[in-house]
Design a protein around this ligand. Structure first.
Ligand code: FAD
Ligand code: MLT
Ligand code: ZN
Length: 458
């Protein structure tokens, strides 16, 4: 929590000149939801939220902020989980949600140009309506924006098949911290003309530029889907089985792990029935999508899993939705326990089972009353470690987990980014030469250090 920040009334008047009175929000009640992160753990404070309608307005806001040295936090859907999109140091919020245009789908190029404020769900629907698909999907799809997805290089549920957001990004438009606007939305897929700025901005967490639009690749829409829930005696057999399933099923789109305690929590929180008559320690949800019915391939691949204890295949949409709720509703269910510490990490696949087995003990060793919850994108080696039962600002468990991850050769951030929440641990994964290089890029593109200055760097 920071002290109530303020900006001179003349500055607010100049913002109003750019976007209009309705889109400069200073009222404290209206500011509140923009100031608090999705978990409720991180509350910042802002003097105002400004809501530009187009790229020119974003450029005018950045020019004004450069002139007066006013720090900015770019915000999309505010579903980020590392306190990168909330004003933890009193920054002005630039909300991109109004810039939500959806261009025509280019069927021959299989691409679409969208505004940064378009939600992921809206982009997925636009692709679907044109007979194609947008490859990235995640639980916060209805609120998360494409600009936020790009800024965080969001991963999500289909990464094993299509890659993450960076792999979908063909072109970008952004206002840099220099005040310059770059716009490269032509959609050429072969374009080796120097540094690939879309890739650089992707994952930069709003520290280099404010993304205003993107050109995205679309993929084949597969209308036949098989979703199955497989039960295992432990994490090791679950992880090994996923490795095997990947070799058998080319059309495997998702492979997600959940554990017994988490499934019970979800079922209690949302009054769902348990997946099997008898509980099992670990479950893997798989989804296979193809242009023909893949039921037979899935059945053969599942039958080959000798360590599997039980399996259920969704026979209709309601059951498929239920299977996905066991997995996706973890995030909501954990919020009912208080303000979770969310640690989103990747492990090398051959250390993943050991990590899942050991990390609760690592947490208990430093925080005896804490409970550790584990779920995630097992096919990517990406596990979400959530710690409940500790104070919001007690980071002893976080420190122990991230140190353990680094000791196994993992990454302290798989897909959520560093934000402000994890910046003190950046050195665990990045050498000082790498951090110096990133700082040099930051200085070049944001010389006045006004774009998310509180994010990423320790
Ligand atoms: P915000 O939260 O508003 O911002 C996130 C970061 O991006 C901040 O640093 C912000 O400053 C910056 N930013 C936002 N917009 C812009 C812009 N236009 N230009 C420059 N910088 C910008 N993430 C995953 O990767 N995979 C998942 O599976 C996943 N599942 C989730 C499920 C739930 C229920 C929730 C709540 C979150 C989940 N997330 C997941 C995290 C989150 O949804 C993603 O990080 C998402 O990409 C954030 O988008 P947003 O629009 O909400 O961004
Ligand atoms: C997920 O995969 O569900 C998300 O990344 C959100 C979370 O970690 O809670
Ligand atoms: Zn995730």
């Amino acid at each position: 929590m920071v002290a109530e920040p303020a900006l001179p009334s003349t500055f607010i008047a100049e913002l109003t000149d750019i976007v209009g009175e309705r889109d400069v929000i200073t009222d404290s009640d209206l500011r509140s939801s923009y100031e608090l992160d999705w978990t409720g753990r991180f509350r910042g404070a802002t003097p105002a939220i400004v809501r530009p309608a187009d790229t020119a307005q974003v450029a005018a806001i950045v020019a004004l902020c450069r002139r007066d040295g006013v720090a900015i936090v770019a915000q999309g859907g505010n579903t980020g989980l590392v306190a990168g999109g909330v004003p933890m140091a009193g920054e002005l919020i630039v909300s991109l949600r109004r810039i939500d245009t959806l261009g025509e789908v280019d069927l021959s190029a299989r691409q679409i140009t969208v505004g940064a404020g378009a939600t992921l769900a809206a982009v997925r629907s636009a692709a679907d309506a044109a007979g194609l698909a947008y490859a990235v999907d995640l639980g916060a799809r209805d609120s998360a924006t494409i600009g936020g997805n790009i800024a965080t290089n969001a991963g999500g549920l289909n990464l094993i098949r299509y890659g993450g957001t960076r792999e979908q990004l063909v072109g970008i438009e952004a206002v840099l911290g220099t005040g310059q606007t770059i716009s490269h939305l032509g959609g050429l897929i072969k374009d080796n003309t120097g540094y690939h700025l879309p890739s650089l901005l992707c994952g930069s967490e709003g520290t280099l530029g404010i993304v205003t639009a993107a050109r995205l690749r679309l993929v084949t829409r597969h209308d036949h889907r098989v979703t199955a829930l497989l039960a295992f005696a432990d994490a090791r057999t679950a992880v090994e089985s996923v490795r095997d399933l990947r070799t058998r099923l080319d059309a495997l789109e998702s492979a997600e792990i959940v554990l017994d305690a988490g499934v019970r929590l979800v079922c209690e929180a949302f009054q769902l029935r348990l997946p099997f008559a008898d509980p099992h320690p670990a479950y893997v949800l798989i989804e296979v999508a193809d242009s023909h019915d893949p039921t037979d391939e899935v059945a053969a691949a599942v039958d080959a899993q000798s360590a599997m204890l039980d399996a259920a295949v969704a026979t209709d949409d309601a059951q498929r939705t239920l299977f996905w709720r066991y997995r996706e509703d973890h995030t909501l269910a954990l919020n009912t326990l208080g303000k979770p510490h969310k640690l989103d990490v990747t492990l090398p696949l051959d250390r993943l089972a050991e990590f899942i087995d050991t990390v609760p003990t690592v947490v208990r060793g430093v925080a005896p009353h804490a409970q550790t919850w584990l779920f995630g994108h097992v096919g990517d080696g990406n596990i979400h470690v959530n710690i409940s039962g500790v104070d919001a600002d007690d980071e002893t468990g976080d420190d122990a987990v991230l140190g353990y991850v680094a000791s196994l050769g993992g990454s302290i951030s798989a897909e959520h980014g560093i934000g402000t929440a994890k910046k003190r641990w950046l050195h665990l994964c990045r050498s000082s030469a790498e951090i110096d290089s990133m700082r040099a890029i930051k200085r070049a593109l944001d010389p006045d250090n006004i774009l998310n200055p509180n994010v990423l760097f320790p």
